[in-house]
Design a protein around this ligand. Sequence first.
Ligand SMILES: C[S@@+](CC[C@H](N)C(=O)[O-])C[C@H]1O[C@@H](n2cnc3c(N)ncnc32)[C@H](O)[C@@H]1O
Length: 249
Amino acid sequence: MYAPGVGRIVRDDPEHPDPGFAELYASLPDATDREPWLGWCRAAGGAVLYLGVGAGRLAVPLAGAGIEVVGVDAHPAMLDHLRRRLPEADLLLARIEDLRLERRFGLVLGPSGVLGTPERLAAAARHARGLVAMELMNPHWLLAAGHPGVRVLRATGGGAEIEVDYPGGWTQRAQVQLLWPEEVERLLAPAGLGLELMRGRDDDGGLADSETYFVLARARRTASRTAGATSSAKRRSWVSTSSASGHRT
Ligand SMILES: C[S@@+](CC[C@H](N)C(=O)[O-])C[C@H]1O[C@@H](n2cnc3c(N)ncnc32)[C@H](O)[C@@H]1O
């Protein structure tokens, strides 16, 4: 436990889990807006695989809506907290990149930028028999000046060192990869995924001012002609101006 009132800097480090990071996530209120995740979970049907499930900020509201969540996280204290909240849930302590379950899912989800590396995306894809859904930080937004509570300490080439403030005096320091929306298809292709939908946070889907963006991708072996047609139509609708992750409300 940290002393109250003292600034608390935490990191998301799956190799050396930071106790303060789990304490921060356990202190966050549950998500009140469950979309687009809930709609995607319902459309997929059956159990969903949630990678980087954390302490339950989103998993608990999804489970409350009747979704069967199989959760994976590398942080023991995150899972301890979540087990107390969802005692019936199937929760696995593992690094995403090492995951090899003998089971595939209609939907694999990874919010909070957690699927932003080729190794983790490949792990998501090998457990998907349908869709992979993720949320990524938007470099267009991040590198634009003046976001209260978010500081870019350094930005070099494909990455940035950032700090994000949270209520309660917490600050998360993170090394993030800059994954540009324009280049997402190049990230998906080696994992055998095809882009189905990309949109910003707001309902209008625009990326210009969106802090993060959502990507829905389909495992190619199950892609249908219909899905391909839908994909092209939806792709045209995104606005091309555009794992600290902005759960700061
Ligand atoms: C930013 S938190 C988000 C937690 C949850 N998705 C939420 O929205 O509340 C990221 C979570 O992913 C986990 N994580 C990060 N990298 C991971 C990895 N390589 N393997 C497994 N879990 C990882 C962290 O331990 C943490 O619980």
